[in-house]
Design a binder for this molecule. Structure first.
Ligand SMILES: Nc1nc2c(c(=O)[nH]1)N[C@H]1C(S)=C(S)[C@@H](COP(=O)(O)O)O[C@H]1N2
Ligand SMILES: [Mo]
Length: 305
């Protein structure tokens, strides 16, 4: 059974879901479940209760979220979605290694059997000052930590993403491939930290990071690595792809903050994909209540770049 859990940070369903998505919601969710978990299961998805959370934004239309992408492995244009279809989504394995109880490689479908899927509507804020609001399907990163059993001495979780022959961008030697991102163990355990395997009630499209990506809604989008192939536990802070490229522009923490401009542009507002509307950017992308405590003892770090 596919249970949709709703919590305080989620945006009220009615406020964010265009009519046609509400109507097809049950079948879409059933579809995603069938594709990723139990092929024989019937459509038993519960329609979630509509609760009166603070007003959200409209969901970004699927056609915009799936055709305007950042995915440097496929090049530095936003128009990579066709090329990304060449990335095979199965078989797919993820190597778990480093400071953990039993390093191993797991098949994505075995992993999916060991977690319960849920849907979360999150705002996504790219450091380039565009934003989208997406219904993701997936599971909490905390559930993966529980399976992996990191040692008490591990302080960071590092995500390495795919390098495949269909990715023409890998030929650009300018970039420090592979794409690597990381968070602290505490950040990884926060309730908001999510692993996405679906979007809009369907399997995650390759251009959005299928078959499996990170989703960290309070950080700039580049922290959310696509097409994860390796997850490591370490006591050393990793050098990440964007920090290696431009340490004065992209740091390790990369928490969203409208008051801290990028060296080359303001972060005060953001453009909503699919419209020309600009809206104010919020600290921690509006998720301060859930994540601010993570940084209480880190006041001397460059938390917002
Ligand atoms: N492997 C990989 N992951 C990546 C990127 C990338 O270039 N390669 N770009 C990041 C950036 S900058 C953003 S804004 C988001 C974009 O996700 P979307 O295309 O699903 O909107 O993916 C992030 N994850
Ligand atoms: Mo981004």
């Amino acid at each position: 059974m596919h249970i949709i859990r709703r919590r305080g940070w989620e945006v009220a369903e009615r406020a964010v879901t265009p009519e046609h998505l509400v109507l097809h919601r049950r079948s879409l969710l059933a579809g995603a479940t069938a594709m990723t978990i139990l092929p024989a299961m019937g459509a038993s998805a519960d329609t979630p209760a509509v609760r009166d959370y603070k007003p959200g934004r409209p969901l970004t239309e699927e056609k915009y979220a799936t055709t305007y992408n950042n995915y440097y492995e496929f090049g530095d244009s936003k128009d990579i979605w066709r090329d990304a279809q060449a990335l095979k989504q199965r078989p797919w394995t993820i190597k778990l290694d480093g400071m953990m109880k039993q390093p191993r490689t797991i098949d994505i479908d075995d992993l999916l059997k060991q977690v319960s899927l849920e849907q979360r509507v999150y705002r996504h804020r790219c450091v380039e000052a565009w934003a989208m609001t997406v219904p993701w399907t997936g599971f909490p990163l905390a559930a993966l930590l529980k399976l992996a059993e990191p040692l008490g001495s591990a302080k960071y979780v590092v995500f390495e993403t795919a390098q495949d022959k269909v990715m023409s961008g890998l030929d650009t030697p300018l970039y420090p491939w592979p794409y690597v991102e990381g968070v602290t163990i505490d950040e990884a355990g926060n309730d908001l930290a999510f692993i996405s395997t679906g979007m809009y009630g369907k399997p995650l499209p390759p251009q959005n990071g299928g078959p499996i990506r990170l989703t960290l809604p309070w950080k700039y989008g580049f922290k959310s690595g696509k097409a994860i192939v390796k997850i490591s536990f370490t006591d050393k802070r990793p050098m990440t792809f964007w920090e290696a490229l431009g340490p004065s522009e992209y740091g390790f923490w990369a928490n969203v903050n409208p008051a801290v401009p990028h060296p080359r542009w303001s972060q005060a507002t953001e453009r909503l994909l699919g419209s020309d509307e600009r809206v104010p950017t919020q600290i921690f992308n509006g998720y301060a209540e859930q994540v601010a405590a993570l940084y209480a003892d880190r006041k001397t770090e460059k938390l917002f770049m």
